[in-house]
Design a protein around this ligand. Structure first.
Ligand code: AMP
Ligand code: ZN
Length: 141
Protein backbone atom coordinates (compact mmCIF):
# COMPACT_ATOMS: atom_id res chain seq x y z
CA UNK A 1 0.00 0.00 0.00
CA UNK A 2 1.14 3.53 -0.75
CA UNK A 3 0.00 5.73 2.17
CA UNK A 4 -0.88 8.80 0.12
CA UNK A 5 -2.58 6.93 -2.74
CA UNK A 6 -6.32 7.51 -2.90
CA UNK A 7 -7.00 4.14 -4.56
CA UNK A 8 -4.92 2.26 -1.96
CA UNK A 9 -7.02 4.02 0.67
CA UNK A 10 -10.19 2.85 -1.09
CA UNK A 11 -8.93 -0.75 -1.16
CA UNK A 12 -8.10 -0.49 2.56
CA UNK A 13 -11.61 0.80 3.31
CA UNK A 14 -10.28 4.13 4.58
CA UNK A 15 -12.20 6.01 1.88
CA UNK A 16 -15.70 4.80 0.99
CA UNK A 17 -16.57 3.61 -2.49
CA UNK A 18 -19.45 2.03 -4.33
CA UNK A 19 -17.77 -1.36 -4.63
CA UNK A 20 -18.93 -3.64 -7.44
CA UNK A 21 -16.33 -6.45 -7.23
CA UNK A 22 -13.53 -7.67 -5.00
CA UNK A 23 -11.24 -10.70 -4.92
CA UNK A 24 -7.74 -11.43 -3.65
CA UNK A 25 -5.95 -9.29 -6.26
CA UNK A 26 -8.54 -7.01 -7.82
CA UNK A 27 -11.04 -4.36 -6.72
CA UNK A 28 -13.69 -2.50 -8.76
CA UNK A 29 -15.86 0.47 -7.86
CA UNK A 30 -17.91 3.23 -9.42
CA UNK A 31 -16.07 6.36 -10.57
CA UNK A 32 -17.05 9.25 -8.30
CA UNK A 33 -17.24 11.62 -11.30
CA UNK A 34 -18.83 9.35 -13.87
CA UNK A 35 -18.70 10.11 -17.59
CA UNK A 36 -21.81 7.93 -17.91
CA UNK A 37 -24.03 5.99 -15.52
CA UNK A 38 -22.16 2.83 -14.54
CA UNK A 39 -18.66 4.28 -15.18
CA UNK A 40 -16.53 1.74 -13.30
CA UNK A 41 -12.85 1.60 -12.33
CA UNK A 42 -11.06 -1.75 -12.09
CA UNK A 43 -7.79 -1.77 -10.15
CA UNK A 44 -5.18 -4.17 -8.77
CA UNK A 45 -5.23 -4.15 -4.97
CA UNK A 46 -1.47 -3.68 -4.85
CA UNK A 47 0.00 -0.29 -5.63
CA UNK A 48 1.46 -0.26 -9.16
CA UNK A 49 1.62 2.94 -11.14
CA UNK A 50 1.36 1.71 -14.72
CA UNK A 51 0.12 -1.36 -16.55
CA UNK A 52 3.74 -2.07 -17.50
CA UNK A 53 4.59 -2.41 -13.80
CA UNK A 54 2.11 -5.23 -13.07
CA UNK A 55 3.36 -8.73 -12.31
CA UNK A 56 2.04 -11.21 -14.90
CA UNK A 57 -0.38 -12.94 -12.53
CA UNK A 58 -1.93 -9.64 -11.43
CA UNK A 59 -2.24 -8.51 -15.06
CA UNK A 60 -4.07 -11.77 -15.79
CA UNK A 61 -6.45 -11.29 -12.84
CA UNK A 62 -7.09 -7.68 -13.82
CA UNK A 63 -7.98 -8.63 -17.38
CA UNK A 64 -10.13 -11.53 -16.26
CA UNK A 65 -12.11 -9.19 -14.00
CA UNK A 66 -12.54 -6.62 -16.77
CA UNK A 67 -13.72 -9.38 -19.08
CA UNK A 68 -16.40 -10.46 -16.61
CA UNK A 69 -17.38 -6.98 -15.46
CA UNK A 70 -17.95 -5.35 -18.83
CA UNK A 71 -21.21 -7.20 -19.59
CA UNK A 72 -22.39 -6.76 -15.98
CA UNK A 73 -21.80 -3.00 -16.14
CA UNK A 74 -23.49 -2.69 -19.53
CA UNK A 75 -26.49 -4.73 -18.37
CA UNK A 76 -26.86 -2.74 -15.15
CA UNK A 77 -27.37 0.51 -17.02
CA UNK A 78 -28.87 -0.97 -20.18
CA UNK A 79 -25.99 0.24 -22.34
CA UNK A 80 -25.47 -1.26 -25.80
CA UNK A 81 -21.69 -0.62 -25.74
CA UNK A 82 -18.78 0.66 -23.70
CA UNK A 83 -15.32 2.15 -24.04
CA UNK A 84 -12.69 0.34 -22.02
CA UNK A 85 -9.31 1.95 -21.47
CA UNK A 86 -6.37 2.86 -19.29
CA UNK A 87 -4.60 6.17 -19.01
CA UNK A 88 -1.08 4.79 -18.70
CA UNK A 89 1.43 7.37 -17.47
CA UNK A 90 1.48 11.14 -16.90
CA UNK A 91 1.58 12.20 -20.54
CA UNK A 92 -1.54 10.15 -21.29
CA UNK A 93 -3.57 12.08 -18.72
CA UNK A 94 -3.33 9.57 -15.87
CA UNK A 95 -4.17 11.53 -12.73
CA UNK A 96 -4.24 8.79 -10.10
CA UNK A 97 -0.87 6.96 -10.16
CA UNK A 98 -2.38 3.55 -9.35
CA UNK A 99 -3.30 1.38 -12.36
CA UNK A 100 -7.00 1.62 -13.17
CA UNK A 101 -9.08 0.51 -16.11
CA UNK A 102 -12.10 2.61 -17.01
CA UNK A 103 -15.29 0.90 -18.18
CA UNK A 104 -17.45 3.67 -19.61
CA UNK A 105 -20.91 2.64 -20.80
CA UNK A 106 -21.92 4.20 -24.11
CA UNK A 107 -25.34 4.95 -25.56
CA UNK A 108 -26.56 5.81 -29.03
CA UNK A 109 -26.37 9.58 -29.51
CA UNK A 110 -24.63 10.23 -26.17
CA UNK A 111 -22.32 12.80 -27.76
CA UNK A 112 -19.17 10.92 -26.77
CA UNK A 113 -16.27 9.89 -28.99
CA UNK A 114 -14.48 6.69 -29.96
CA UNK A 115 -11.11 5.79 -28.43
CA UNK A 116 -9.40 7.47 -31.42
CA UNK A 117 -10.29 10.83 -29.91
CA UNK A 118 -7.63 10.41 -27.20
CA UNK A 119 -4.67 10.95 -29.56
CA UNK A 120 -2.93 14.26 -30.24
CA UNK A 121 -2.24 15.57 -33.76
CA UNK A 122 -1.94 12.49 -35.97
CA UNK A 123 1.52 11.85 -37.48
CA UNK A 124 1.88 11.25 -41.21
CA UNK A 125 3.94 8.03 -41.32
CA UNK A 126 4.88 6.24 -44.54
CA UNK A 127 5.05 2.47 -44.84
CA UNK A 128 8.83 2.31 -44.16
CA UNK A 129 8.38 4.28 -40.95
CA UNK A 130 5.53 1.99 -39.85
CA UNK A 131 7.70 -1.05 -40.62
CA UNK A 132 10.62 0.33 -38.57
CA UNK A 133 8.36 0.97 -35.59
CA UNK A 134 6.80 -2.48 -35.83
CA UNK A 135 10.29 -4.04 -35.96
CA UNK A 136 11.38 -2.17 -32.81
CA UNK A 137 8.26 -3.22 -30.91
CA UNK A 138 8.63 -6.84 -32.00
CA UNK A 139 12.31 -6.88 -30.95
CA UNK A 140 11.65 -5.38 -27.51
CA UNK A 141 9.54 -8.15 -25.93
P1 AMP B 1 -7.39 9.00 -14.52
O1 AMP B 1 -7.48 10.36 -15.13
O2 AMP B 1 -7.38 7.90 -15.54
O3 AMP B 1 -6.25 8.91 -13.54
O4 AMP B 1 -8.76 8.78 -13.74
C1 AMP B 1 -8.90 8.88 -12.38
C2 AMP B 1 -10.37 8.66 -12.11
O5 AMP B 1 -10.52 8.43 -10.73
C3 AMP B 1 -11.25 9.86 -12.48
O6 AMP B 1 -12.22 9.43 -13.43
C4 AMP B 1 -11.88 10.26 -11.16
O7 AMP B 1 -13.22 10.67 -11.29
C5 AMP B 1 -11.76 8.98 -10.34
N1 AMP B 1 -11.70 9.17 -8.90
C6 AMP B 1 -10.90 10.00 -8.20
N2 AMP B 1 -11.13 9.88 -6.88
C7 AMP B 1 -12.08 8.93 -6.73
C8 AMP B 1 -12.75 8.34 -5.62
N3 AMP B 1 -12.48 8.71 -4.36
N4 AMP B 1 -13.70 7.40 -5.84
C9 AMP B 1 -13.99 7.02 -7.11
N5 AMP B 1 -13.37 7.52 -8.21
C10 AMP B 1 -12.44 8.46 -8.04
ZN1 ZN C 1 -2.20 2.90 -4.73
Amino acid sequence: MSEDCIFCQIVAGEIPSHTVYEDEDVFAFLDVNPLAPGHTLVIPKGHHERLNDLPDDVADSLYETLHDLIPAVEDAVDAPASNVGFNNGDASGQEVPHVHGHVIPRFEGDGGNPIHAVGGSAPDLDDDELAAIAEDIEADQ
